[in-house]
Ligand binder design. Structure first.
Ligand code: ATP
Length: 246
């Protein structure tokens, strides 16, 4: 068996994943992510980005291939250990904001910290700092339904950063934002992660995210490729046209 390199916080080898309905999602993906690195995973819709992040984070059980976190074999862990790993060491940002409607904004942002055992007072202080940084500090006492979509997404990003996770998995984190907002929020996210030494795995169909990362990998049909050229948006519909070099 090949051992993961010491300086890789995450390491995957020959990952395959097929959904229960038979849909193939990953076909032998291998990668390493170094500590503190911001890695962009770029690829068109359906290329396997979400599935890859879910396998790396232990959300989906790996049945074929290997995933290691800090030299611990995640692929050998049971559901309870993977759940604990996700709670204590990882954060996740979804493309669409999902908040607890009964809690106000700062309580939502403080929730992961409190689940990790941080006192309410300290969790509140950290949550408020991150909300300020994401430009939603003024909404701290509002309920999620009083915010617009882009503000709710900023709250989700603050919630993911507040616990200073070892690895932040960000699945299209700027998807619901306008283009101008998108770059600014992605920049805030990557700058904040770097200043706190947080490793980021950032999935995006938009190659605009790549310059903000230290490194990028490209996926197409569940495989790593070197380049992908997609047709302009109008032409893309109804076509699976891509040129690729592997
Ligand atoms: N829950 C599921 N059940 C069955 N097939 C799925 C499921 N989720 C994803 N797939 C399929 O797996 C493949 C990879 O999907 P995945 O969502 O990982 O790609 P993606 O690059 O993240 O796409 P998107 O940007 O649209 O989320 C696609 O063919 C998709 O249809």
């Amino acid at each position: 068996m090949v051992a993961p390199p010491d300086n890789d916080v995450l390491w995957a080898r020959a990952l395959h994943f097929t959904y229960n309905d038979g849909s193939p999602a990953l076909s032998g993906v291998s990668l390493g992510v170094q500590e503190g690195e911001v890695l962009a995973v770029i690829g068109p819709r359906g290329s396997g980005k979400t599935t890859l992040l879910q396998c790396l984070s232990g959300l989906l059980p790996v049945r074929r291939g290997e995933v290691w976190f800090n030299s611990v074999p995640v692929h050998k862990m049971g559901p309870t250990d993977r759940e604990r790993l996700r709670r204590d060491r990882f954060s996740w940002i979804d493309p669409a904001p999902s908040l607890v409607p009964e809690l106000n904004v700062w309580e939502n942002a403080a929730l992961p910290l409190m689940l990790r055992g941080t006192s309410r007072r300290r969790a509140k202080t950290a949550a408020l700092e991150w909300l300020e940084r994401l430009d939603v500090g003024k909404a701290a006492r509002k309920r999620p339904h009083q915010l617009v979509q882009s503000e709710r997404q900023r709250v989700c990003i603050a919630r993911a950063l507040a616990p200073s996770p070892t690895v932040l998995f960000a699945d299209e984190p700027a998807a619901p934002l306008h283009r101008t907002d998108r770059t600014q929020v992605l920049r805030t996210l990557t700058t904040a992660a770097r200043s706190h030494g947080i490793t980021v795995v950032l999935a995006s169909y938009d190659a605009d995210a790549a310059p903000l990362a230290d490194r990028r990998i490209t996926l197409l049909d569940g495989r790593r490729v070197n380049t992908v050229q997609l047709p302009p948006v109008g032409e893309a519909e109804g076509r699976a046209a891509c040129s690729l070099s592997v």
